[in-house]
Design a protein around this ligand. Structure first.
Ligand SMILES: [Ca+2]
Ligand SMILES: [Ca+2]
Ligand SMILES: [Ca+2]
Length: 636
């Protein structure tokens, strides 16, 4: 047993430690099953982080080393020529300098550079056993062997059960280098769930506190006012002159104190034959080149080259550390040099950076079909979407904020539900909603998502794993899609000639009651038609012949509604002058039309009716007796 570490015993212990507390929580958690897994994790066939198929923990920085068993690595801190990052495109997250820090070179965006002689710990409150709120920093010097030059970390999602096997584990790789190798030092790597920041530029004349979001009252994973969160992880190792790695001790912050959760003896990574622990580290035991863009200069030796005992790299399976369940997702990273590996060691130099492991993304889509509603006219749209954990740790308090279209009414937003143990990495939770708008034109509906990195924490996770805001937009009402409504207008027009007896100056005459009926026969029974003008025209000889007269203007017809008009007309003469038929009758044509020249009929969305929906003029042939009673009694 090379590592002196019994992984089975260790898992049993972890499980025993963790299970009795949240049993009820776990039972509830399994109700909310992750809906989709979106991240394709790296496939590995072992639980060991020094698996060179995942990352080369080999004491150098260049990718592409070959290991026993014929495995050639593909990921290391740099590519094979040391000219750019070698982390690969499947890295979940990587470190980044915090604002005000030394900008990372474009070729190595994860690189956190610690300027010589700045940001060192000061005062007795700067202890790992105390909350970060007690820590202070200043500018000044530490022993050269404790002087950090750079630090860095990267996380991957790894399916440790091989092909198709198991919940992905989050493996975090971390490292640092130092100015001088003239002695042994000790090094620690903190991963914080809270976004920890410096309280300003280091000032040699004062002790400046670290800052972060203080734990709110009522939170379940921290004590009020703390900057730590339960589950923050500290990995401590020796940084030896000769490059040997002894034990690695892992601590967690729990309930206001630092708790040792793991101690691995002989924890050196052995990528040729992976070790048997969830954490290991390795230091260069011979001179290895540094990427020139890092501008590494050792105290003694060649620039851009690491003397033995100057470069440190390690890895940890944080999912395994948390018993195979949900590891927290981290927001900040700190590397520090220490006087020893003990919990209360004196702290020396440090460098702080962001580690935006927590990430959330959101999608949104229209859920067809929309509904056309009346009184008032509007379109009802439904939408659905997913909030996805595309980071490396569980997310809590999943929340979406919807920006409904202008003028929207009856807005509904059903929030996604968060599993009790948080939404696991790679899983999604659905949300839905609806709204109504008074138009069938295209409207856009935006949504943003946020989440907390810890149970009871504030919703500080607002970006996806590319660093872009977690936002999505959906378009509604795009004609030709299933997410649109189109009106289906149809007007019908009929005309008949009816006559009636009316008193006239020369006695009773027959008048033309020109019966007109206009109907909204829209087949969808939902289209309202307005702006209808009907014009009638009677063709005769003599005065007034062919003159339009208005029947109705600005008529609106609801679906299925008809209106009948009987404008009365007493003909003063016959078409052609003389009676055209025996019996003293006159005959003429009487025509009604939808007068599109006067106004354009429109649907309820103010869209003009297509020509195909407008009926042709309708005519009736009328027979009246303008000069007295017709002699033929059998006909009107
Ligand atoms: Ca390496
Ligand atoms: Ca390598
Ligand atoms: Ca520093």
């Amino acid at each position: 047993m090379r590592t002196g570490f019994d992984v089975n015993r260790w898992f049993r212990r972890l499980n025993a430690r963790r299970f009795w507390l949240p049993l009820g929580v776990l039972a509830a958690a399994w109700v909310a099953i992750p809906m989709t897994v979106v991240l394709a994790g790296i496939i590995a066939d072992s639980l060991f982080v020094d698996n060179p198929a995942v990352f080369e923990l080999d004491g150098n920085l260049a990718a592409g080393d070959t290991f026993s068993g014929g495995v050639t690595g593909t990921r290391d801190w740099a590519n094979s020529t040391l000219t750019a990052s070698g982390l690969g495109p499947d890295v979940i997250t990587q470190t980044a300098p915090e604002p005000g820090g030394v900008p990372a070179p474009a070729t190595f965006p994860y690189l956190i550079t610690d300027p010589f002689g700045t940001t060192i710990y000061t005062t007795g409150g700067s202890k790992d056993i105390l909350d970060v709120g007690n820590w202070r920093y200043t500018s000044g010097s530490v022993p050269d062997k404790d002087e950090i030059s750079h630090a860095f970390a990267a996380a991957y999602s790894v399916s440790t059960g091989g092909e198709g096997g198991g919940t992905p584990h989050t493996w975090i790789y971390f490292g640092a280098d130092r100015f001088a190798n003239n002695g042994d030092s000790n090094i620690g790597f903190w991963f914080f769930q809270n976004a920890i920041s410096l309280g300003g530029p280091p000032n040699a004349t004062k002790a400046t506190p670290f800052t972060g979001v203080a734990c709110p009252a009522g939170a379940t994973n921290c004590l009020p006012g703390e900057l730590h969160r339960n589950g923050d992880v500290l990995i401590v190792s020796a940084f030896t002159q000769g490059g040997a790695i002894g034990s690695i001790i892992v601590f967690e912050w729990q309930n206001g104190g630092l708790v040792q959760t793991l101690s691995v003896n002989a924890a050196q990574c052995t990528p040729n034959s992976p070790s048997h622990s969830p954490v290991c580290a390795i230091i260069n035991t011979s001179e290895v080149p540094a990427p020139p863009d890092w501008q590494y200069v050792p105290k003694a030796g060649t620039p851009n080259s690491y003397p033995t005992g100057s470069f440190f790299e390690g890895g940890i399976d944080v999912t395994a550390l948390f018993g195979g369940g949900q590891a927290p997702c981290f927001a900040s990273f700190l590397a520090e040099t220490r006087s020893s590996q003990t919990a209360n060691a004196q702290l020396k130099d440090f460098v702080l950076g962001a580690f935006p492991e927590c990430a959330v993304s959101v999608s949104k889509t229209c859920a067809p079909p929309p509904a056309l509603l009346g009184n008032p006219t509007r379109v009802h749209y439904n939408f659905t979407g997913n909030v996805t954990n595309d980071g490396g740790g569980p997310l809590f308090n999943l929340t979406v904020a919807d920006t409904f279209p202008a003028g929207a009414t009856n807005t509904v937003l059903n929030q996604p539900s968060t599993p009790a143990d948080g939404l696991p990495a790679g899983a999604s939770a659905g949300y839905s909603g609806s709204f109504e708008v008074p138009t069938n034109a295209v409207v856009t509906n935006n949504v943003t998502a946020s989440a907390a990195a810890s149970s009871g924490g504030s919703n500080t996770v607002t970006n996806d794993h590319n660093g872009n805001p977690a936002a999505a937009a959906a378009q509604f009402g795009v004609q030709g899609t299933t997410c649109s409504v189109t009106t289906n207008p149809a007007l019908t027009l009929t005309k008949s000639c009816a006559v009636s007896l009316v008193p006239g100056s020369a006695g009773v005459v027959l008048a033309d009651d020109t019966a007109i009926q206009v109907c909204n026969n829209s087949p969808d029974n939902a289209t309202v038609i307005s702006g209808i003008t009907l014009t009638n025209n009677v063709v005769m000889n003599g005065p007034g012949s062919g003159t339009d007269f208005n029947v109705v203007s600005s008529l609106t017809l609801q679906p299925g509604e008809c209106q009948t008009y009987t404008p009365r007309y007493v003909p003063a003469q016959c078409a052609g002058g003389a009676p055209t038929l025996t019996g003293g009758r006159c005959e003429f044509d009487d025509t009604v039309r939808v007068d599109t020249a006067a106004s354009t009929p429109r649907d309820q969305f103010n869209q003009p009716l297509p020509a195909s929906a407008i009926p042709l003029p309708q005519s009736a042939s009328c027979h009246v007796c303008p000069f007295g009673a017709c002699t033929l009694q059998s006909v009107p």
